[in-house]
Design a protein around this ligand. Structure first.
Ligand code: ATP
Ligand code: LTN
Length: 353
């Protein structure tokens, strides 16, 4: 049985992390919902960090289509199936190496739903009602399905099935990963030490990119489908990207300093910082004495440079649908080996099967 204790959440590979003692790479699990076009916030908050650190880690990246069902207004069967493949293709287009990492579609493995049920039975309702994502989505939804409340337990099952050490996500997902740890601790206390405690890793810069049209709210797929100008989607054309950046909300000042800028300007500066990899001082020097128009043009250039190769690779991948499906099927088989093993341990521990 795999040893479950990964207690330290302060550094990436704590000394008491058995993966470092055993000389193996830390196991990473993360995922994105196929609920709409992926935007530059998802890229900066999640995909970019997955790609940059893929060689140092043992990675599993999932397209979490079961989670997408929690938005009932958004469910169109044909669209959902296409969106799931489209997201997987975007993972590869952004640079995830299909030979080195496992990329698969969540619903291809029944283990996720099965572990969710077992975890549901030990998760106090109050823990779920406190989740900020639930509260904000419930406020916006016309009707609230049970799945929306249960969403973080499914996410916990995703993570725990793979003995995950690290979950690289944007800031908004921190609370869900912390809840996953709480659920795992509760399970281990109630039964036996079966589940590994994961830790969340968010990028130092760009963990929360804000909407261009409303820099007080997180850039989000669900808002982007309703409002043009909210987000830059990874597959947007040049004209749309230009329009979105040029009409981004700023202010009437000329403050191009990170610590003094208004939320809209700080958001543009942050995106520029992440996409260029330049330091804050260097960026402030570059724009000293300039207006916001200059920053916007510079950001436009670097966004286009970032997205052009991603879009080209995405087109190539989508031109070979059979190739993509074959990779996803093989990867699901590889993921199943670990998932089935963990589920078996869990079922044994609780007295099932
Ligand atoms: P939805 O509106 O459907 O909930 P979303 O736009 O919030 O979608 P997700 O699919 O929930 O995007 O998120 C995928 C990953 O991208 C997660 O790791 C999430 O933390 C990260 N992410 C999403 N939006 C941002 C953002 N604005 N800034 C940084 N990271 C983000
Ligand atoms: N809730 C996440 C998506 C998600 C996820 C996961 C992320 C589902 N399962 C497991 C990390 C690990 C979101 O981005 N909205």
């Amino acid at each position: 049985m795999t040893s479950p204790s990964r207690q330290d959440v302060s550094s990436e590979q704590p000394e008491n992390d058995p993966s470092s003692k055993a000389g193996r790479k830390p196991r990473v699990f993360s995922g994105v919902q196929p609920t709409g076009d992926l935007h530059i916030g998802t890229y900066v908050g999640a995909l970019k960090q997955w790609v940059e650190r893929q060689k140092e880690r043992d990675n599993i990246f999932c397209v979490v289509d079961l989670h997408a069902l929690t938005v009932p207004e958004g469910i169109d069967p044909v669209q959902l199936r296409n969106a799931a493949r489209q997201v997987a293709a975007l993972y590869f287009a952004c640079g995830i190496d299909p030979d080195e990492n496992i990329v698969f579609i969540q619903s291809q493995l029944h283990e996720h739903a099965e572990l969710t049920w077992i975890l549901n039975c030990i998760t106090p309702l109050g823990w779920l009602q406190r989740m900020t994502q639930f509260k904000s989505k419930a406020q916006r939804a016309e009707s609230i399905g049970t799945g929306l409340l249960d969403y973080p337990v499914l996410q916990a099952a995703d993570i725990l099935l793979y003995d995950t050490d690290i979950v690289p996500v944007g800031e908004d997902q921190r609370q869900h990963v912390e809840l996953t740890r709480d659920i795992a601790v509760r399970f281990n206390n109630l039964f036996e030490e079966v589940l590994v405690l994961p830790k969340v890793v968010v990028p130092e810069v760009g963990a929360r990119i804000m909407g261009f049209d409303e820099p007080e709210v997180k850039m989000s797929k669900s808002i982007a489908v309703e409002r043009r100008g909210h987000a830059i989607n990874l597959l947007d054309d040049e004209r749309t990207i230009k329009k979105t950046i040029m009409s981004a909300v700023t202010d009437s000042e000329r403050e191009l300093r990170f610590d003094r800028a208004s939320p809209g300007v700080r958001n543009l500066l942050t995106l520029y910082q992440v996409l260029t990899g330049n330091g804050r001082a260097e960026i402030e020097a570059e724009f000293e004495g300039q207006g916001y128009g200059v920053l916007k043009k510079a950001l436009l250039a670097v966004v286009l440079d970032t997205l052009a190769p991603i879009q080209a690779r995405h087109r190539e991948i989508m031109d070979d649908p059979d190739g993509l499906d074959t990779i996803l099927r093989k990867n699901a088989d590889r993921a199943r080996e670990t998932a089935a093993n963990t589920l078996e341990r869990v079922k044994n521990a609780v007295g099932l099967g």
